[in-house]
Ligand binder design. Structure first.
Ligand SMILES: C[S@@+](CC[C@H](N)C(=O)[O-])C[C@H]1O[C@@H](n2cnc3c(N)ncnc32)[C@H](O)[C@@H]1O
Length: 291
């Protein structure tokens, strides 16, 4: 029986049933680890309708059969349509303060600092890191490598372009706007672009946190993995955190989202500050610095 309030068919452009919804839930979980709640029935319809229209299909069943038939081309738009990409510049600002403390604590050293924004959405997180790093070292060529990755290729395109509506920059101080952005003209009126000097500090790439082998090399000083674990169940969270922990330097820092706790998820990483984690062996020492 459909849950109360769920209109099946009535007034809809495409045929859509509870069974279709359950199929979508199973597919996105298997592919991206994303647990869609039962309440997302209507959201799924509206997000995927665009794809059905683009492919001139009349029912969700036909669309899902096409995905099941392993039409590789459609898996990416399907995934892109179902991710939630909410983000902003300098979201959860305390992490950027802690990052600066880490950079100051470790001073200048031979190798570059490596920072990973592991679910970067449309790039605001990675560019916030880059801007803060430029400010910290007062240099356009800071000794830092920033990798930013996401599953969603539409987000990654936006991130690489680095063009944002001015409304998304409202909370940035004027000095930062002036130093790091260029105002758009003509067709780009009402938008601003992150300056090339900042854009070239970030390498964007596609990466599924669920995959067994991450296509990024080496270990990182700091990993930002914020506001993505909330979409995963505990089993997936454990797997992902262990894989990320294996990529974190012994004295590195892991930043989680404001509502994400690794308390029952990881024995490897321990809380050392507000949603800031470090390797368990280093936790007591790190707490004294980053709490
Ligand atoms: C809400 S955004 C968070 C963006 C940013 N980290 C922040 O805190 O503002 C979540 C991002 O996680 C990405 N995501 C979801 N599942 C993923 C997966 N399996 N692998 C990599 N990224 C994933 C989504 O595409 C989305 O861009």
């Amino acid at each position: 029986m459909p849950a109360a309030g769920r209109e099946l068919g009535a007034g809809r452009e495409f045929a859509y049933t509870e069974q279709d919804f359950e199929r979508v839930r199973g597919m996105i979980y298997a592919r991206a680890g994303i647990r869609l709640e039962a309440s997302k029935f209507n959201m799924v319809y509206s997000r995927l309708s665009r794809r059905l229209r683009a492919l001139s299909l009349s029912s969700f069943r036909a669309y899902l059969d096409l995905l099941d038939a392993d039409d590789a081309q459609e898996w990416q738009p399907f995934t892109n349509a179902l991710t939630t990409n909410l983000t902003s510049f300098f979201r959860e600002p305390h992490h950027f303060e802690v990052m600066e403390r880490y950079l100051a604590e470790h001073g200048r050293r031979g190798a570059k600092f490596r920072i990973w924004s592991a679910a970067c959405s449309t790039g605001e997180e990675a560019y916030s890191i880059a801007m803060r790093v430029v400010e910290h070292f007062n240099s356009w060529t800071p000794p830092v490598q920033i990798i930013a990755s996401d599953l969603d290729t539409t987000c990654l395109d936006t991130a690489a372009a680095g063009v944002y509506p001015l409304a998304r920059l409202e909370n940035l101080p004027p000095a930062q706007l002036k130093r790091f952005f260029m105002r758009g003209r003509g067709a780009n009126e009402g938008k601003a672009r992150v300056r090339q000097d900042v854009r070239r500090l970030v390498e964007f790439q596609q990466l599924n946190l669920l995959s067994n082998a991450y296509p990024v090399e080496g270990v990182f000083d700091i990993i930002f993995c914020r506001n993505v674990m909330i979409y995963f169940d505990k089993v997936t969270q454990r797997k992902v955190v262990e894989r990320l922990a294996a990529r974190l330097r012994p004295d590195g820092l892991y930043f989680a989202g404001h509502s994400e706790s690794l308390l029952h998820v990881s024995d490897t990483l321990k809380l050392v500050g507000q949603t800031v984690y470090a390797h368990a062996e280093q936790a007591e020492h790190m707490k004294r610095i980053y709490r």
